[in-house]
Design a protein around this ligand. Structure first.
Ligand code: HEC
Length: 119
C-alpha cells in the first residue's frame, strides 16, 4: 500500500519535473506539500466542483485556468476571487498557508487534472 503510493507519487513528481523544464524557469512546485494543503483545505470544493469551484475531472475548466497563468492564479487564491462561477474564499480557507503553499496546491490540482499550467 505504502509502496504503491510512493510509486504513484514518484511518477507524479517526475511528470512535473519534466514539464517544468519546458516552462522557462519560474518557481518549482512541491507536489507533496501541495497534496497536503489540497487535502486540508481545497478538497472540500475542488474535488467535485462544489459551489462553482473547478472540479479535478473538469479538464476544460483547468485549461481555462491554465491560460490565466500561475502568477494570476496564486494572487487570486491568496486574496480571494469572485468570477463567473462563484466565490473562491481568501486563501481557500487555509489561513496559515503561504503563497508557496497555494502555488503547490494549485500545481497539485493541475497535475491531477492532467493540464499543464503556464507561469
Ligand atoms: C469554499 C469553497 C472553496 C474552497 C475551500 C477552495 N476554493 Fe478555490 N475556488 C472556489 C470557487 C467557487 C472558484 C471559482 C471562482 C470563479 O471563477 O467564479 C475557485 C477558484 C479557484 C482558483 C481559480 C482562480 C481564478 O483566477 O480563476 C484557484 C487557483 C483556486 N480556486 C485555488 C484554490 C486552492 C489552492 C484552495 C485550497 C487552498 C481552494 N481553491 C479552496 C471555491 C473554493
Amino acid at each position: 500500500m505504502k509502496r504503491k503510493f510512493i510509486a504513484l507519487f514518484g511518477g507524479l513528481l517526475f511528470t512535473v519535473m519534466l514539464s517544468s523544464c519546458g516552462g522557462g524557469g519560474g518557481k518549482t512546485a512541491d507536489l507533496a506539500n501541495g497534496e497536503t494543503i489540497y487535502n486540508k483545505a481545497c478538497i472540500a470544493c475542488h474535488l467535485k466542483g462544489v459551489a462553482g469551484a473547478a472540479a479535478l475531472d473538469d479538464t476544460p475548466r483547468w485549461e481555462e485556468l491554465a491560460a490565466k497563468g500561475m502568477t494570476t492564479l496564486v494572487q487570486h487564491a491568496n486574496s480571494g476571487y469572485t468570477g463567473n462561477y462563484g466565490v473562491m474564499p481568501e486563501k481557500g480557507t487555509c489561513m496559515d498557508c503561504s503563497e508557496q503553499d497555494l502555488y503547490d496546491a494549485i500545481s497539485f490540482m493541475f497535475s491531477k487534472a492532467g493540464v499543464e499550467p503556464k507561469q
